[in-house]
Write a protein that binds this ligand. Sequence first.
Ligand code: UD1
Length: 368
Amino acid sequence: MSAQKIICVVGARPNFMKMAPILEAMAARPAQFAPLLVHTGQHYDERMSKTFFEELGLPRPDMDLGVGSGSHAQQTAKVMMAFEEVCLHHRPDRVLVVGDVNSTLAATLVATKMDIPVAHVEAGLRSRDMSMPEELNRLCTDAICDLLFTTDALADENLRAEGVAEERIKLVGNVMIDTLLKHRQLASQRRVLADLGIAAGEYAVLTLHRPATVDDPAVLEPLLRKLHVLAADLPIVFPIHPRTRARIDGFGLGDLLTGDGPVSGLYVTEPQGYLDFLCLTMNARLVLTDSGGLQEETTVLGVPCLTLRDNTERPITCSQGTNVLVGRDPELVATEFQRALHKGGGQTKVPPLWDGQAAPRIVEVLAG
Ligand code: UD1
């Protein structure tokens, strides 16, 4: 039998660390797999994309669709139009998508309509919050993919409850953790703490980018003001997502990002590369975030995580890991921040199969 031609699709920053170990596992079995890597170009800045390819050892994309930014409809439609051409030209045996970004859904719709089977890695996560674009992407992608690779048993239950046939669900573990465990040692040698002038265990890391957190000034402004106050107790490192910077500038709140780190306690930086960011999180006293993946990474690292959301599609990080949902109310955030500070290290149990071997398990299933 000839090698399977599998088109692997990435688009945005959180896709890159999920795809890297899968491509590596496929590369180890060249007789069985002939992967092609497509980058939709949803994220395109050097710091949001190229750096990750270099640090994670991702191969150069075979095709870059260059879709860039736009409204949800524009972005999804642009990926669909360009990806249809790719599928018509290459006629793959299968498409493989990861995560829950617009590129994930767009590629899945195109391939499924062309009768090309699609495998979804990180299937079955549900926040039950239909105002999140990612929740719509997850639901629609899972409904039409033929193979659903899951990270934990709760995701399997979600899929079963939606009527997904048992043979489509494959519990394989967490590919993002494959990448974390592989790079942990390398990350620990980075100089980012020294460059910022901060000490291990004596700062918090903050990330914000979700529309629900950053698109409404009535939510964002009081939160940022409170974070400034908290930074006086524990310095906060804030690598800022381009979307967040654009909103803060657009709302005329730019002065909330200025100030000298050693004096104000708030260290605003450009988006970090994978290794520097991992170095920052693994050495942090605590993490504040509205990200999805960071909830999982802090659970494995044993770093307390305060998630500035009302819900999570990753509840296992709360039941077994270090994650606490604190919402966006500045007073509640402050209370939990102080509580976490005084409680010390996070209690954590690493979920089953988050062991660095998820990608080889995926490839084993695909090999058939
Ligand atoms: C996307 C994903 C989100 C994921 C996040 C990680 C969707 C619906 N959202 O959100 O699930 O958690 O990526 O970052 O797919 N921008 C740049 N440079 C870039 C990319 C974006 O400046 O390289 C700016 C643009 O102004 C753009 C905005 O950021 O309009 C938002 O980018 P977009 O890809 O639409 O969504 P994210 O907020 O990054």
